[in-house]
Design a protein around this ligand. Structure first.
Ligand SMILES: [Zn+2]
Length: 378
């Protein structure tokens, strides 16, 4: 089959690779209909992960049809159209039973790999290197999906492919941000980053009844998209004092909840050009009202300097983090998509055949031609 492989720093190629096969009784094989780029792919693409190997297949967000199912698969049959959550989780461990699929103890086939960097490894993930289990990703014709009853969710007929695709990762990540922030009716919410996840975090905040949600970015086209489709107020940091403006829009206090969903944004401050890039995180900590919550989604590989811990303690902030969403919200989000409450297809700004995926990643990386997400079809 054909698949998009990482073949070296900043080099991708569509190659012929062996078809996947069932390995365990709870596996399914999915024939991919759509797959999407993801911001977390970009550090991989640049070759910043030492565990990535030439030939690894990328793609964390995908949707397709079941073509084969192992004997212990209960929920899926051949022909079912399913979205596959980016995370690989067993459904039975202590964390999965608590709804924390992204923390699954059995999802990664390399469970010790995260111990040194993060204290404990998280679940597995498709299209990621061995630290996340080394599962081949969705930019391919076929994918093996482990723990299929947990990891894959049937798509209602009313939801089209381009909408349902984002129920795999971007929509549950956005929803999780609003949930971790405990967004309540009447809250003022600020979201840094108007990419797909920030956009859907803003939409989740409005669905939870916030009074206003402000999205902070520097790309006017993305800000307009968040305004039009997510009900957000745009704030371009290139032209505005962000903290002062947010105070003005929140009764002088600052937002109740601040979500940082910037992925790999270029650093604004001189300090941050020399290390990892917490500038948006620092701005969120400063802007957040006293007693508020700052939610950090993905975006960092581990260590940051110049983090204002004093502001966290002085202002009694809660800081919550998540690298990946859990799977538990996927059915609920698909239901909202079916009811037309949640629309995501506009995020697929570029649709390309799988053969042109390397060009799609260039568009996505460079944010060229208004690219928010490039979507590939085998
Ligand atoms: Zn588990």
């Amino acid at each position: 089959m054909k698949a998009l492989c990482w073949v070296g720093a900043d080099q991708l190629a569509v190659r012929e690779v062996p078809d996947p096969e069932l390995r365990n009784e709870r596996d399914i094989i999915v024939r991919v209909r759509r797959s999407a780029t993801c911001g977390a792919d970009l550090p991989l693409l640049a070759g910043r992960d030492p565990l990535l190997r030439s030939g690894d297949v990328l793609g964390a967000e995908f949707l397709g049809d079941v073509v084969e199912a192992g004997p212990e698969v209960r929920r899926h049959r051949d022909g079912d159209r399913v979205v596959v959550g980016a995370g690989v989780a067993c459904g039975g461990c202590w964390y999965c039973r608590a709804g924390l699929h992204a923390c699954c103890d059995n999802g990664s086939t390399e469970p010790a790999s995260g111990d040194e960097g993060w204290g404990r490894s998280d679940a597995g993930c498709f299209g990621r290197p061995r630290a996340a289990g080394g599962f081949a990703g969705g930019h391919a014709e076929y994918v093996r999906v482990p723990y299929a009853d947990v990891t894959a969710v049937r798509v209602p007929d009313a939801v089209g492919d381009d909408r349902a695709l984002f129920a795999a990762d971007a929509a549950p990540a956005g929803w999780l941000a609003a949930e971790l922030g405990a967004v309540r009716p009447g809250d003022v919410v600020a979201v840094w980053g108007a990419g797909a996840v920030g956009h859907l975090a803003a939409r989740a905040a409005t669905l939870r009844g916030c009074a206003r949600v402000v999205v902070v970015d520097r790309h006017e086209d993305r800000l307009r998209m968040a305004e039009r489709h997510a009900g957000a107020e745009p704030l371009n940091y290139r032209h505005t004092d962000v903290s002062a403006e947010l105070r003005d829009r929140s009764g002088g206090r600052g937002p109740d909840v601040c979500v940082v969903a910037v992925g790999q944004r270029p650093a604004r401050s001189v300090v941050d050009r020399f290390g990892d890039r917490p500038d948006a995180l620092r701005e969120a900590v400063y802007a957040c009202r006293k007693g508020g919550t700052v939610v950090v989604l993905g975006g960092t590989d581990g260590f940051v300097d110049a983090f204002p811990l004093g502001a966290v303690t002085d202002k009694r902030l809660a800081v919550r983090g998540a690298r990946r969403p859990d799977l538990r919200d996927v059915p609920m989000l698909l239901d909202r998509m079916a009811r037309d409450e949640l629309r995501t297809e506009h995020l697929a700004t570029h649709r390309l055949p799988l053969e042109e995926a390397p060009r799609g990643y260039e568009l996505f990386r460079d944010r060229a031609h208004g690219c928010v997400r490039a979507v590939f079809s085998p």
